[in-house]
Design a protein around this ligand. Sequence first.
Ligand code: UD1
Ligand code: MG
Length: 449
Amino acid sequence: MERAIVILAAGRGERMNSETPKVMHKIAGAPMIMHTLRTAKSLDPDRIIVITGYGAERVEQEISELEPEIDFVRQIEQKGTGHAVKCAEKMLKNFTGNTLILYGDVPFISPDTLELLIEEKESGTDLVVLGFKSKHPGNYGRLIIENDQLISIIEAKDATTEQLKITLCNSGVLYTENKILFQLLSNITNENANQEYYLTDIVEAAKDQNLSIKVVCCDEAETLGINTRSELSSAEHTFQIRARERIIENGVTLSQPETTYFSFDTEIGREACIGPNVVFGPGVTIESGAEILPFCHLEGCHISKGAQIGPFARLRPGTELSEDVKVGNFVEIKNSTISAKSKINHLSYIGDTTIGENSNIGAGTITCNYDGISKHITEIGNDVFIGSNTLLVAPVSVGDNSMTASGTIVTESIPSGNLAIGRVKQVNKPGYVKKLVALLKSKKKSKDN
Ligand code: UD1
Ligand code: MG
């Protein structure tokens, strides 16, 4: 059966104390709503609709850049979760499948849990609600169950003291047939403490129509919603703990896991080794057997088998390292491709550059890629030896099997097999130290007198 997913993301998130719409705050390098979208996409739905409101333009633009096939509906005034879902009615008018409701600020619900909801629906239940047990149910809506059926969800604000004692809570996530969802929504009112249209009220409407309603439970950690900056940092913490566990289980060595920080999309192959204090920004893929030594910062790069990076290396977006490349300490690489077995071992900046196979880049080499207005390219061939402290003033190319003398400033391309020397010629003056010292001393003496 076809499936649609509606993600609510219209709320401002006042308690974040921020100009940024809540769902755009980042967890592991991605706006929190991208985590929900990822889970949503893993179910391979026919369509995904995000309900935007506060900061809609920004939210829509940023999501579309990353996920162009998502549809948006704006909820101009935030009149409650039920009203938010209703905003998608027009778009889903002729949709004959099932619809799942998710939230942009509840990022950690797992695809496995959602599969349980789907299974329950497929077994014949009309409306399935995701619940969880909480020791501190606080403001969560309470699930009222009778004879194995959910009969009502009571919002904390509207609950009696007796009902507040219930520990089975509403996650907000639910799954039902699209047609039933909007038919039930047409029955709800805003007669409650908040004067809002509560999505949760569809449960009683469903009960009145003798539909079967069941609760599927998950761990409270999955339903963690983010309302404050403090919850945002706890969410980051939770993400990192899970990412470390998952990556270790995949056969990667993390020598001190609690000091390694991953992005939402970090991919690391089996048998890779990651030293302490390594930070992965978005867009990093590392193949099997690569080794990242301590204190590296990596972002938007691909590292092939057998490569060794660091300690203290910084790889920036667009860096592509082939097999067995070595990048050593205090090396920064940006938008560059380094072919197999080449080495950049110490204190270098390589930007907008291609380096062939088996080339050696000496300590202190800088590609001068920026003239203050535009960026320029450096091309270095195979089996090249770049002497220490070479400046390559781009655009410039260095042919195969060529060499630069240490301290050379390369301003013209170097043909294959050539040695380029471009440095001030040295002159040795015999016995000159003694003469110079005497001269300086006598100058000092006359000044002191
Ligand atoms: C909701 C549930 C509650 C549940 C809790 C779980 C209702 C009435 N209550 O309460 O039972 O325990 O979530 O976290 O559904 N939103 C919109 N438009 C609106 C209102 C809300 O898009 O007009 C979005 C918010 O951005 C947020 C989500 O819906 O992502 C939930 O809204 P929120 O106001 O946080 O509901 P809760 O009071 O937490
Ligand atoms: Mg909430």
